[in-house]
Design a protein around this ligand. Structure first.
Ligand SMILES: C[S@@+](CC[C@H](N)C(=O)[O-])C[C@H]1O[C@@H](n2cnc3c(N)ncnc32)[C@H](O)[C@@H]1O
Length: 277
């Protein structure tokens, strides 16, 4: 973790299901500044002890973030298991599978991604766009996520992506998650060290209601993208910074970028800012 983020987030606990790997729990907790806890009793007892803190439970093939909000909003409910957000790359994996089949994705097209490009995703979320970039470039993609709980969820979800599909798993393994605030990180980066940077700040009027989106909305940092951050991102790339916005693109207008639309993703527009000095 590049800087302490306890000030922007409630802490969370990480633990293993009986099928899980304790080394993974240690790794994720250390990378995101979370606390690893043993699970001597039942999950319900652990959640009672956590007293409302989110608890990420890592199993062999799935991972679940248990969080009080999910009880109120409805989600996965089971007689024997407390509700929680099951971490799957979901829609992102569908987009990736389509890309593997040869479909062109607007993000890849607008950023002109090609094999070998170095890409940094400055707003990783659960890693949907980063997966697309890792597929298009056949290279590693660095993903920055400021919120420790979301960074931990992204690590857990990417590690389990495609456990029945080795091609998806190979792409997901190329996404490297770093828990860091992009403004701080950008200030320390050498100029022109990536071809492309991706920026997908939280839309001002989110519309989707999928569980994964609900999870991101619950924990994400919601600050709008500032012109200074855009400038800092342009400094570290050789080609462009691709900014995502909800159609018709009010955030892009505010930043002086022209909205580019596609038939494939009509609710989303992209703004392309060229590499800067
Ligand atoms: C809309 S989501 C990104 C979704 C992602 N593009 C995808 O395809 O799944 C925006 C994410 O950026 C993160 N974020 C916001 N400000 C940030 C910052 N300053 N540094 C790093 N991450 C940030 C939020 O916490 C949130 O998870």
């Amino acid at each position: 973790m590049e800087r302490a983020l306890a000030d922007i987030a409630p802490p969370a606990w990480v633990t293993c299901a009986p099928s899980g790997d304790p080394a993974e729990a240690q790794r994720i907790a250390a990378a995101c500044g979370l606390r690893v806890v043993e699970r001597p009793g039942t999950l319900r007892e652990l959640l009672a002890e956590a007293n409302g803190l989110p608890v990420l439970v890592l199993g062999a093939t799935d991972a679940i973030l248990h969080h009080q909000l999910e009880v109120e909003r409805g989600g996965r409910r089971g007689e024997h298991e407390p509700p929680g957000f099951r971490l799957t790359p979901g829609m992102a994996q569908l987009r990736l599978q389509n890309a593997i089949k040869g479909d062109s994705d607007p993000l890849v097209r607008f950023a002109e991604l090609a094999a070998g490009d170095r890409v940094v995703d400055l707003t990783l979320g659960l890693g949907g766009d980063a997966l697309l970039a890792a597929h298009a470039t056949q290279a590693r993609v660095l993903g920055l996520e400021a919120h420790p709980v979301l960074a931990a969820c992204a690590m857990a979800s990417l590690a389990r992506a495609g456990h029945r599909n080795p091609r998806v798993a190979a792409v997901a393994a190329r996404v490297e998650v770093v828990c860091a605030d992009h403004a701080t990180w950008l200030a320390q980066r050498p100029a022109r060290s990536f071809e492309v940077a991706l920026l997908d700040p939280m839309f001002r009027a989110p519309s989707a209601a999928a569980p994964a989106f609900e999870l991101v909305r619950t924990f994400a940092l919601h600050q709008p993208l500032t012109p200074d951050t855009l400038l800092a991102a342009r400094r570290v790339v050789t080609r462009c910074v691709l900014v995502k916005d909800a159609a018709p693109g009010h955030e892009l207008d505010r930043l002086g970028l022209v909205p580019l639309s596609s038939r494939r993703m009509p609710k989303v527009v992209f703004g392309r800012a060229p590499a800067g000095e």
